[in-house]
Design a protein around this ligand. Structure first.
Ligand code: HEM
Length: 280
């Protein structure tokens, strides 16, 4: 028997259609170029930022759910959700290059009209960093003019993060972690750092006995790797389009962005590799 005509009435409401369900008319009304007459490339500029924000929204939700799974010691479901964020980040790295189809000269035709709006004001990007564990309170100042956004980021700052959730999972599984893993890696004492690295080692040296955990840990590293790659690709694209001009948010531009490319959410997971030994 084929699907016939009864299909839709069995699975959904008869009056529901693609455009209603996905709110396509609303979505397509949200792009408003400021240049007058509108510069052709401003639509690309708006849509690329909006799509990033949509994916950031999804990533935030997936990380939160993954942290919940970690708290339930459900390692593979936690890993699968993180893996989804890695695939999204992979896409986001590639997506930035679409902007290179816009020439530096074309961008200058509408850039002045965008000041002082800036990527610094992307709340969701900063939430993503904070939620992953890279909390830097200096970025709060970019949201001072908007109490709702400011409070949202402040909340992220005080709430548990992915790095903390992962270490809590390890503790619950009996790994001998020091107490201070939630704090900034650099701030931890030498002995705490050493204890942490020693505790993490078996995940790699005995990966087959810790398979789900090993896979989860690798997803965390991949998340960090792709976020770092996004930073790197973004700064190269910025340099290609505006050179060493100052940023619209007031930073030095490329110079500032280069200082961010080494940021890590899970520094110990990178560092532990240095302490692995050849197995006999
Ligand atoms: C023509 C394209 C672009 C240019 C010239 C550009 C330029 C810049 C510059 C100069 C900064 C440093 C902050 C400032 O002083 O304003 C910055 C930061 C940022 N941009 Fe872009 N950007 C572009 C596209 C994008 C896109 C497509 C996104 C996607 C969301 C994005 C997201 C961000 C974010 C999140 C930051 C903050 C980074 C951090 O502080 O670590 N940018 N951008």
């Amino acid at each position: 028997m084929g699907w016939g005509t009864e299909g839709p009435s069995v699975f959904g409401k008869l009056d529901l259609d693609y455009n209603t369900y996905l709110r396509i008319p609303d979505l397509l009304q949200l792009q408003h170029p400021l240049s007058d007459p509108p510069h052709h490339d401003e639509m690309l500029f708006i849509i690329i930022h909006q799509t990033y924000e949509l994916w950031f929204k999804l990533i935030l939700g997936e990380i939160e759910k993954s942290m919940l799974r970690m708290s339930e010691k459900r390692i593979l479901p936690a890993r699968n959700l993180l893996n989804r964020t890695v695939e999204i980040l992979r896409l986001l790295v590639g997506q930035i290059h679409i902007l290179e189809t816009m020439t530096p000269q074309d961008f200058l035709q509408f850039r002045d009209g965008l000041f002082p709006a800036s990527g610094f004001q992307s709340l969701q990007f900063r939430e993503l960093e904070f939620l992953a564990g890279a909390k830097d309170e200096r970025y709060l100042k970019h949201f001072e003019k908007d109490p709702v956004m400011y409070e949202a980021l402040k909340k992220r700052q005080s709430e548990p993060d992915l790095r903390g959730a992962y270490y809590e999972l390890l503790r619950n599984l009996g790994f001998p972690l020091p107490d201070n893993t939630e704090r900034n890696h650099i701030e931890n004492s030498e002995s705490d750092r050493e204890k942490l690295l020693m505790a993490l080692r078996p995940i790699y040296s005995q990966s087959e006995s810790h398979l789900p955990l090993y896979l989860l840990t690798e997803s965390l590293i991949e998340f960090d790797e792709y976020l770092g790659l996004w930073r790197y690709h973004h700064v190269r694209v910025v340099e290609r389009i505006i050179g060493y001009k100052r940023g619209s948010g007031g930073s030095s531009g490329v110079g500032y962005l280069l200082t961010t490319t080494d940021k890590r959410c899970f520094p110990s997971l990178w560092e532990v590799r240095t302490y692995l030994e050849k197995q006999t």
